[in-house]
Design a binder for this molecule. Structure first.
Ligand code: HEC
Length: 166
């Protein structure tokens, strides 16, 4: 009897233990998106690009092939690592590597934050990184690839606007 009772007790404890472990694990999975995702407007303290960059405008047109090329770079091709690792697949800034980054990665779906940031500013940051933050420099990307990425980033915030209106 006593042994049986002890075993039941042990089982209960184990159950409680695993429950607790599960809860802790789950909070690691759930918390980052809750903390970072969709912060909009997002505080922005990024350094201003030099004047000659701020004057630049995107030479590419909003053709599907340019946007798709940008999407492929964003999700898979960009080196040293694809943008989605930090900015997230949907661009909300909650990628797998976003956890712990201060400031957090830009949420591109937030039009209020991104719409007044000039093309040339985005170009400068993508090429050179944002010093003192987790945003790396992408020195190996061709100019054209950076412009394709920028078209895609702009498109991400437009999609969000469409959702709002609906
Ligand atoms: C290792 C994480 C990481 C990766 C990978 C990454 N970013 Fe970022 N990115 C950040 C962080 C963090 C910030 C916020 C920097 C800041 O506040 O100045 C940021 C900010 C930006 C900004 C905002 C610039 C501004 O002036 O507001 C742009 C544009 C950007 N990233 C584009 C990209 C693109 C395009 C890629 C892929 C080619 C990429 N990022 C990959 C972490 C990352």
């Amino acid at each position: 009897m006593l042994i049986k009772a002890k075993m039941v007790l042990k089982k209960k404890l184990i159950c409680r233990g695993t429950g607790l472990v599960m809860l802790v694990l789950l909070s690691f999975v759930l918390l980052p998106p809750l903390l970072y995702a969709d912060q909009c407007p997002q505080p922005r303290k990024t350094k201003k690009a030099p004047e000659q960059f701020l004057k630049m405008t995107n030479p590419l047109s909003l053709e599907p092939e340019n946007i798709i090329a940008g999407k492929i770079l964003f999700e898979r091709k960009a080196k040293p690592l694809p943008c989605m690792q930090c900015h997230g697949l949907s661009g909300t800034g909650d990628g797998p590597m976003a956890f712990g980054l201060t400031p957090p990665p830009r949420n591109f779906t937030c039009a209020q934050t991104i719409k007044d940031v000039p093309d040339g500013q985005l170009f400068w940051i993508i090429r050179n990184g944002s010093s003192g933050t987790g945003m790396p420099a992408f020195k190996k990307l061709e100019d054209e690839e950076i412009w394709q990425l920028i078209l895609y980033l702009r498109k991400l915030s437009l999609t969000r606007l469409v959702h709002w209106k609906n």
